[in-house]
Design a protein around this ligand. Structure first.
Ligand SMILES: Nc1ncnc2c1ncn2[C@@H]1O[C@H](COP(=O)(O)OP(=O)(O)OP(=O)(O)O)[C@@H](O)[C@H]1O
Ligand SMILES: [Mg+2]
Length: 353
């Protein structure tokens, strides 16, 4: 079993996303609020899991960090993204190109969409290395071969001359990982890196990312639908829903004491071998249409505990206990937080979540 190291001692944030809003302009007017006030941070060498159902804004958050979302129609409507205390939103496109692939790199869900079919994989890895490091073409190609070997590709000296279409899905995903890690990034964003692969290859790729992280020392933001993977490899988890963060907690706390009704629903929906229920539990209803969002809590229409206030007022992120942040009026009520206590913790949320 792969175990995440205990990183609680090292608290310095590498990346801090603060109240980020990424919207998409609609042709007919108005905007789709894909990411709507998201705050999260990642510490050096930490593995942070990001979960939430389809459409919750996980990929757009990741793409916002690298400024790779389609723009237009996408635009940053508010907030900030700090990497090593510097605002990424204040960087020029040229500066961002130097950060991408070197300080922060990303493995996408679908490798074919990020590998260029017209060039060999060796050429593509070499280009990335030469863009960021002062090495000769030969040195860069040798490094590309080493990276392919590291990610477990047999005969890397030969395969380095292959085009992406000559490789299987699992091999292409390995190439993506090799390329993403070739310049030893401080942060690797892996957006569902194994979803398109079969279960055996999934486990191999995941192990590979973690092993390479051990060697390279990168922090990882792991976006996944698989809560089993989160339990196994992540230290903290962010639960997203409809463009918002609903809960942030250490993995143990989240699995043992999920505070948000949505998180509770997600965990109850995981099939278990010792389960005696006839049917799996599901969360009734579906994620709201981003073009027609509820006024109050985004989860309100599906929540079994919803009260009147949930319908009209968005719950702020509050911290009922250290390192756990929850956006739910019920949690604030249970902890008997008065409006001053709620306002005080909510104000600190963007910096601490
Ligand atoms: N180019 C775009 N134009 C308009 N809306 C968009 C665009 N790209 C994404 N969105 C919207 O942003 C919202 C968040 O999308 P996102 O891809 O981040 O979800 P996700 O959590 O990554 O989902 P999945 O688990 O399916 O990958 C969705 O409602 C989506 O429809
Ligand atoms: Mg996605």
């Amino acid at each position: 079993m792969i175990k995440a190291p205990n990183l609680r001692e090292d608290v310095s944030p590498l990346l801090s996303v603060q109240d980020l809003k990424t919207y998409f302009r609609k042709e007919e007017g108005g905007s789709v609020k894909a990411v709507d006030g998201v705050s999260l941070h990642i510490r050096k060498k930490e593995i942070l899991g990001v979960v939430g159902e389809s459409g919750s804004g996980k990929s757009i958050t990741a793409l916002s960090i690298l400024r790779l979302f389609p723009s237009p129609p996408g635009y940053i409507a508010g907030g900030d993204i700090l990497f090593e205390n510097q605002s990424l939103l204040a960087k020029t496109q040229k500066e961002m190109r130097l950060i991408r692939g070197k300080d922060i790199s990303m493995v996408f869900q679908e490798p074919m969409s990020s590998l260029n079919p017209a060039y060999t994989v060796g050429y593509q890895i070499r280009e990335n290395i030469q863009l960021h490091q002062n090495v000769t073409k030969k040195e860069a190609l040798d490094h590309a071969v080493d990276m392919l070997r590291l990610v477990g590709i047999a005969s890397p000296e030969k395969r380095v001359h292959d085009y992406p279409f000559q490789m299987s899905g699992g091999m292409r995903q390995r190439v993506m990982v090799a390329m993403a890690l070739s310049c030893q990034p401080k942060l690797l964003i892996a957006d569902e890196p194994t979803t398109a692969l079969d279960v055996t290859i999934q486990a191999q790729i995941l192990r590979l990312i973690l092993e390479t992280r051990e060697k390279v020392g990168s922090a990882i933001m792991l976006i996944t639908h698989d809560l089993g993977v989160v339990a196994e490899v992540c230290e903290r988890v962010v639960v997203m829903y409809s463009g918002k963060v609903l809960e942030v907690a250490y993995v143990n706390d989240l699995f043992n004491h999920p505070a948000h009704p949505y998180t509770q629903g997600l965990l109850q929906a995981i099939p278990r071998l010792d389960d005696t229920r006839d049917r799996l539990s599901i969360i009734p209803g579906s994620i709201p249409n981003p073009a027609n969002l509820p006024e109050g809590c985004r989860f309100y229409p599906r929540c079994q505990y919803a009260e009147e206030r949930c319908q009209t007022e968005q719950p702020p992120l509050v911290s009922p206990k250290p390192s756990q942040w929850v956006s739910c009026w019920r949690v604030a009520g249970e902890k008997e937080m008065d409006s001053d206590a709620i306002a005080a913790t909510a104000a600190k949320a963007p910096l601490n979540v």
